[in-house]
Design a protein around this ligand. Structure first.
Ligand code: NCD
Length: 307
């Protein structure tokens, strides 16, 4: 039996923290198989036929929600998208009451995004089906990290011993946290680069080297991961002005010059050009995985569905 065919030993996927190297490899191997399938004209498979998947997004999303919807449909599930702006949540219903109502409808899978760290785990304890975390506050975004790992592995052939620089608003980023866990588990070397105000306290204890200067941190790295300034989670001033932030931490060709010549540039999206990344760098198809990621976006999120 290949690694991809072995049963996945977890009911839910709530985070990367706590997963084993072999379990991550198993998901990536499975995702690799689906890459081929998704390049065929007929992309349907009846793996989830008869199952009901509910996408419950309390926060805005383009890529993640669409990826899960597409993934569920292509695998044959009945997919329902619940929009919180038109649901009873607007009438004051609590998360737990919403969870109980949905649970009574006997779904097989809930894909949940929520603005509070820990909310998805709490919800998973109140329902009888599998729960996938599609991002909870600043805590974790496991399928984004799996997708990033798949992208790196397909481009570079491995994860181990690669130097990966995660740059920008690390403090508010669930993508950064999931990636730090995953890259450490897989034996990559993680660097975090950003202003002190946007670095979590104890960042050095997360298994990463911390830099406040882009050129120091980017030196000879293999992968550059840029993060959006998550202003929706900021209460107060974290940097003087956007133009000052861009001049110190925005990725342009000048800063990139110190990274390895074939360094791969990544961004989870949505991207703010002229804030954390220069438009020319973002559009450079020879360096940036951003466009490919849009195509691959759901590939990693898809195998996660069958956990
Ligand atoms: C990220 C998120 O929501 O955490 N986006 C995503 O899911 N691809 C990153 C972000 O919002 O900046």
């Amino acid at each position: 039996m290949s690694s991809a065919e072995a049963p996945f030993p977890h009911t839910h996927l709530l985070g990367i923290e706590g997963l084993k190297e072999a379990e991550i490899t198993q998901i990536l191997d499975l995702a690799d198989q689906y890459v081929e399938q998704n390049r065929r004209t007929n992309k349907k498979k009846d793996l989830l036929e008869g199952l009901t998947q509910i996408n419950l997004f309390f926060e805005n999303s383009t890529r993640t929600r669409m990826s899960f919807e597409l993934a569920g449909k292509r695998l044959g599930a009945d997919v329902i998208n619940m929009s919180t702006s038109t649901s009873s949540i607007k009438k004051g219903e609590t998360l737990i009451d919403t969870a109980s109502t949905l649970n009574a409808m006997r779904p097989d899978l809930l894909v949940v995004r929520h603005g509070s760290s820990g909310a998805v785990k709490l919800l998973s304890r109140k329902v009888d089906c599998a729960v996938l975390n599609a991002g909870d506050g600043k805590h974790e975004h496991p399928t984004q990290a799996l997708l990033d790992a798949l992208t790196i592995r397909r481009r570079k052939g491995r994860l181990a011993r690669l130097s990966v620089a995660i740059c920008g608003d690390v403090l508010h980023s669930r993508v950064a946290r999931s990636n730090i866990h995953l890259l450490n588990i897989m034996g990559a070397r993680v660097r975090l680069i950003g202003p002190p105000t946007l670095m979590p306290t104890g960042a050095d204890k997360l298994g990463a080297e911390v830099f406040h200067d882009m050129e120091e941190g980017l030196k000879d790295c293999d992968i550059v991961m840029m993060l959006r300034l998550q202003t929706e989670r900021m209460h107060g001033a974290y940097f003087p002005t956007i133009s000052e932030y861009f001049s110190l931490y925005g990725l342009d060709y000048e800063k990139l010059a110190v990274a390895k010549e074939d360094a791969l540039i990544m961004h989870p999206g949505p991207m703010n050009r002229g804030v954390e990344i220069d438009a020319a760098v973002a559009d450079d198809l020879t360096r940036s995985a951003y466009r490919n990621k849009l195509k691959w976006g759901w590939l990693c999120e898809w195998p996660a569905l069958i956990c």
